[in-house]
Design a protein around this ligand. Structure first.
Ligand SMILES: [Zn+2]
Length: 453
């Protein structure tokens, strides 16, 4: 019998790092020439403006002279193209317009959504990246995947369904638009063994299943839970809650409509996400303050910058999306070979308290460790917008339903304060508030509340 492959693309995914670097450099050179030849915007704004041409880029340091591209600039190029050409693709798209066969979009919580334009080649790349992630976690044709995310053109919608199908999985794209009851009823009807959802929706399903369909979530047959949109596996209490609630393995993953993809492994404690697309995306780190490059080394923290290689539609080049990541280059216990990363939060969410950099997501992680004594929900209360916090860092945390007396509350405050001091080097002032008293929003809720005084 033929031995089953461990990786979707064995050759690429297990390639020695020196060989991978050579492949990246070759593809980068080709991509730079392609971007230069096919986009006026890239040619003028990213090459000529700083006196570069693709031929002048001989080293990686040369490449890093190309100005960064930001999310605001991404939106600006769309608007400018609308003005110039009557459509939003003229400046960012390098392939001829008739080759563009799909537009993906971020969910765009603020302002105009950012668009990704894809050719068949780019869709094939994207689908392979999805396959690499799910294959490693053990999914095979025959598995049934319930996709309980906001559907439509957003990256967790049709583009994801397409990727799952391309790998040979059976997709039930139930979506969340029809409500929780519908998701649960379709679970009973279609018998999925895989669930892709936001971890907060996962928690909600655990809570609602007994009420709505008279079954515990762990009776539904879900064996894999993939967290989308928000971290889940990386927050110990949340991971445990979903593991136990469904009786499933829990994975974090990232990579929507573009070429930067990661998947966490099943190691505990959480080891971050493995970067599975180095042959299609070059990752750099920069300082969030000075924007200078930071070397990729074990433990390094910085703002993530990525560049697509072998991409036709709208290849992003030195794109600084504003996410802070920490890199781990030491081998992972799970045996998967490549470097890993943890997403720490938004670079512009970073707070500086007495000279120490604090990420709201890290605070959420600590509060989450105290579940069920907390609900995991909190707000960081600021007098003025960050990053500089001039006074004490004030945090409101919802205590859990079982926390009763004042003694218990004081003990909880003491322990959380101590944990934050140990782990984050900050001593906050914590105020406990009753469960479910802080507003929730559908989608991603901001951890920061600003009350200007
Ligand atoms: Zn691992």
């Amino acid at each position: 019998m033929k031995k089953e492959k461990k990786y979707w693309n064995e050759k690429i995914e297990t390639m020695a790092s020196e060989k991978m670097k050579a492949l990246q450099w070759k593809r980068l050179k080709e991509q730079l020439q392609y971007n230069y030849d096919n986009s006026v915007y890239y040619r003028e704004q990213k090459f000529h403006k700083v006196g570069l041409t693709p031929e002048k880029i001989q080293t990686f340091e040369d490449f890093q002279k190309i100005p960064l591209r930001t999310k605001d600039e991404h939106r600006w190029t769309q608007e400018e193209s609308l003005r110039r050409y009557g459509h939003p693709y003229g400046l960012i798209t390098c392939a001829p317009i008739e080759k563009i066969i799909r537009i993906n979009s971020t969910s765009g919580t603020t302002g105009q959504p950012t668009l990704y334009t894809l050719t068949q080649n780019d869709i094939n790349v994207l689908n392979e990246m999805h396959a690499r992630k799910y294959w490693r976690c053990g999914l095979r044709p025959g598995n049934i995947v319930l996709q309980a995310l906001s559907l439509s053109m957003f990256t967790g919608g049709l583009p994801l369904s397409d990727g799952l199908q391309a790998m040979g999985l059976c997709v039930v794209p139930v979506g969340i638009e029809g409500g929780t009851r519908r998701v649960l009823e379709f679970t009973l009807l279609t018998r999925p063994d895989v669930l892709i959802a936001t971890p907060s929706f996962g928690e909600y399903l655990i809570e609602q299943a007994p009420k709505l369909i008279d079954k515990e979530a762990n009776e539904l047959g879900i064996r894999w839970f993939f967290c989308a949109g928000e971290p889940g596996a990386g927050i110990p209490a949340l991971r445990k809650k979903i593991q136990e609630g469904f009786g499933a393995k829990v994975f974090d993953h990232t990579g929507g409509g573009h070429a930067f993809h990661g998947i966490s492994c099943d190691i505990e404690p959480y080891a971050g996400m493995h970067f599975v697309s180095p042959d299609h995306c070059i990752l750099e780190l920069i300082s969030p303050e000075t924007k200078d490059p930071i070397a990729i080394s074990n433990g390094a923290v910085g703002e993530m910058v990525f560049t697509f290689i072998s991409w036709q539609g709208g290849p992003l080049m030195r794109y600084a999306l504003g996410d802070l990541v920490q890199i781990f280059t030491e081998p992972c216990q799970c045996g998967w070979p490549e470097m890993r990363f943890k997403i720490l939060g938004r670079a512009d969410d970073m707070l500086i308290v007495k000279g120490v950099n604090i990420y709201p997501a890290a605070i959420k992680g600590v509060v989450g460790e105290f579940m069920p004594r907390t609900t995991g929900v909190l707000r960081i209360m600021l007098d003025s917008p960050g990053p500089l916090v001039k006074s004490l860092l004030r945090i409101r945390v919802e205590y859990g339903a079982e926390v009763m007396g004042d003694d218990e509350k004081q003990k909880l405050i003491r322990e959380m304060t101590q944990r934050m001091r140990d782990q984050l080097r900050v001593t906050p002032s914590i105020e406990l508030v009753p469960p479910h008293s802080l507003p929730r929003e559908s989608g991603k809720t901001s951890l920061i509340e600003i009350r200007e005084t």
